[in-house]
Design a protein around this ligand. Structure first.
Ligand code: PAN
Ligand code: ZN
Length: 188
């Protein structure tokens, strides 16, 4: 076969996730996440929640997509900063996350309402099998930084999560520690 791409290298700062050469950076602020946090009404709309930088590769199943995500420490109401979370549009497409910095929880859920939580920390390789929606939550005082690698044609289905939410939320408990509680707004 005739190759479609020339090989290339991107440098990643292992502490900050910054890419060199810099790639497209997508900031997500509280204003971009209306409806995601249960008690988000009084939040500062400019508050930066997370940023994603993705490698420029076409979304086909012969490629691997990759990106780094940096989630700022902080909360909106009782809920820790988190990504929007999504199913893959092509539902059976899988993904790995490699933890680089900080402390997080990877919340996963199936369409029939099962949920599963894995720890995110430097050195952890989290495997997200096809069929599991995934959301990363920063439960620490530092930035949560991770590298994601996934099948090129996976695509992100945000609408299903916007409509139904995740079955659980990760909130700060009375003892100041992260706690997983049911999401009263979850719709299966
Ligand atoms: C990740 C996520 C990234 C941001 O690259 O896209 O962490 O989260 P949201 O896409 O939910 O805003 C991934 O899972 N890609 O498939
Ligand atoms: Zn994904």
């Amino acid at each position: 076969m005739k190759p479609k791409l020339d090989p290339f290298t991107t440098m990643m700062d292992l502490r900050t996730g910054a890419l060199d050469p810099e790639r497209d950076l997508a900031p997500r602020r509280v204003r971009d996440m209306t409806g995601y946090f249960l008690h988000g009404d009084d939040a500062d709309l400019d508050q930066l929640v997370y940023e994603v930088s993705a490698m420029p590769v076409e979304p086909s199943n012969s490629e691997l997509q990759s990106s780094t995500t940096v989630i700022q420490p902080g909360r909106v109401g009782d809920e820790y900063h988190m990504t929007k979370g999504h199913f893959h549009i092509v539902r059976d497409r899988s993904e790995i996350y490699v933890g680089l910095r900080g402390e997080g929880r990877l919340v996963m859920a199936t369409e029939d309402g099962q949920h599963w939580i894995e720890p995110m920390l430097p050195g952890a390789i989290n495997y997200v099998p096809g069929g599991w929606a995934h959301r990363s939550v920063n439960v620490g005082d530092d930035e949560l930084v991770f590298l994601a690698v996934y099948v090129g044609d996976a695509g992100q289905d945000y609408r299903t999560i916007e409509e139904r939410g995740f079955p659980v939320r990760v909130v700060v408990g009375d003892d100041g520690q992260p706690e997983v509680v049911d999401n009263p707004r979850y719709r299966r």
